[in-house]
Design a protein around this ligand. Structure first.
Ligand SMILES: [Zn+2]
Length: 420
């Protein structure tokens, strides 16, 4: 495997936030970045450097995905009748799609049983190429709670502690706790599930084993609970509360509409928590699909307007959080897998980030540097800095100009090895 070399780029975006470098080189050796700079500083290396596409940027980091699931628009309850063997094969398919789209790091945010641990082992053995993986294993939730189907049901402090310890022993890198209802049948997304005390037990047990925590938190109350409990990354952050309830016509439970609670948002801004935002999974794939259709049935146009209304409420919430100074702590994860959320479309999240008010650079950092920080992997990936892994996304056109250019993939490198 060739993991030494140099790439020359018309434009190099290092994701640190400064202006991109023109006519630049990234040189790597033994899978790590050895030097980054202007071509003129590289002498003969510049002449021998490969030019594949015009743009070089860090490989994308998806801080929230579910590769064992396939977005065939069926509810979890039907889909999960498939055995673990099928879930593992699904994960291989999904990770391949993601890698081809430039995603070189994925945090799996809950899967049933031990499936993802074995998928990672297969990648490690070289059976198939895949992104580097950070795994939660089974999400920890109460009986009947969201994602209970993964097998991580815990109803007391002792059970929560036991699950954390078993998961870490099996290979979990991060502990996922379910702090509100969700799309699992019977879930109430706008209400908290675990209490602050229950979440605290999970955080303490995870931190004692040097594992960060991420919590599923759609409800406003659950966001506050997560902040109070010291959760490291808060997922979804939709600010749902009791009130008007809408049936989105999706699998799973009806939800409230997102509405910023200023007090909780300011509390969130004062905390150290990262925001694991997942707007794609609020039905954006369906919005894209329906908008492309020349003609819609009555049911389809009703669904489209419901989904559009949801985004009209959710995106301003994200914009307000950005205005509170949270842009650097925002990772945008696909949450791909469930219902309609496709792999290979992290650019949807970049698009939605921009619609919410993030700058072009901030929106790219949300799927590179910030997502890596959120996962605690910033010493390895997320920016093009000397010493980091040479995970590179090579594009034909500038994604700062148009996020759609993220789909114009010319090559993908993982640890200096070309994988696409
Ligand atoms: Zn998720």
């Amino acid at each position: 495997m060739q993991d030494n070399g140099a790439l020359r780029a018309g434009l190099l975006i290092d994701s640190n936030g400064g202006p991109p470098l023109r006519d630049a080189i990234v040189q790597f050796a033994d899978g790590r970045i050895k030097a980054v700079g202007r071509a003129q500083e590289f002498g003969s290396v510049a002449d021998s450097a490969l030019t594949i596409g015009n743009i070089v940027m860090p490989g994308l980091v998806d801080c929230h995905a579910h590769p064992t699931l396939f977005p065939d628009r069926r509810p979890f309850e039907e889909q999960l009748q498939a055995p673990d063997e099928m879930l593992a094969l699904t994960a291989i398919r999904q990770l391949t799609v993601h890698l081809r789209s430039g995603v070189t790091t994925v945090r799996d945010c809950a899967a049933r049983g031990q499936t993802m641990f074995w998928v990672r082992e297969a990648i490690r053995r070289g059976f198939f190429p895949g992104p580097r993986l950070q795994l939660a294993g089974r999400a920890i939730t109460h009986s009947g709670g969201h994602i209970h189907w993964a097998g991580g049901v815990a109803d007391s402090a002792e059970e929560i502690r036991r699950h954390v310890r078993v998961l870490v022993a099996e290979g979990a890198d991060v502990i996922k706790l379910v702090a509100s209802g969700g799309g699992t049948k019977g879930g109430i997304p706008y209400l908290a599930s675990y209490t602050v005390d229950e979440l605290r037990v999970g955080v303490a047990a995870a931190h004692a084993l040097e594992r960060p925590t991420v919590a599923h938190a759609r409800a406003t109350q659950s966001i506050e609970n997560c902040v109070d409990a010291g959760i490291d990354a808060i997922a979804h952050v939709e600010f749902l509360s009791p009130g008007e309830i809408v049936d989105m016509g999706n699998a799973g439970a009806p939800t409230g509409l997102p509405k910023l609670d200023v007090r909780v948002a300011e509390k969130l801004a004062r905390s150290n928590a990262f925001l694991d935002l997942n707007p794609q999974s609020s039905g954006w794939d369906t919005v894209v699909l329906l908008r492309r259709k020349p003609e819609l049935t009555c049911a389809e146009s009703e669904q489209l307007s419901k989904l559009e209304r949801y985004f009209e409420h959710f995106l301003p919430v994200i914009g307000a959080l950005r205005d509170l100074g949270l842009a650097d702590r925002m990772g945008f994860g696909s949450d791909a897998g469930p219902f309609d959320t496709e792999f290979g479309h992290l650019e949807y999240n970049v698009h939605l980030a921009r619609k919410a008010g993030l700058s072009p650079m901030e929106s790219l950092q949300a799927v590179t540097r910030n997502a890596a920080r959120l996962c605690g992997l910033h010493d390895r990936v997320g920016t093009l800095d000397v010493g980091k892994d040479a995970d590179l996304l090579v594009l034909d056109a500038d994604p700062l100009e148009d996020e759609q250019n993220l789909t114009r993939v010319a090559a993908v490198y993982k640890s200096g090895v070309r994988v696409v």
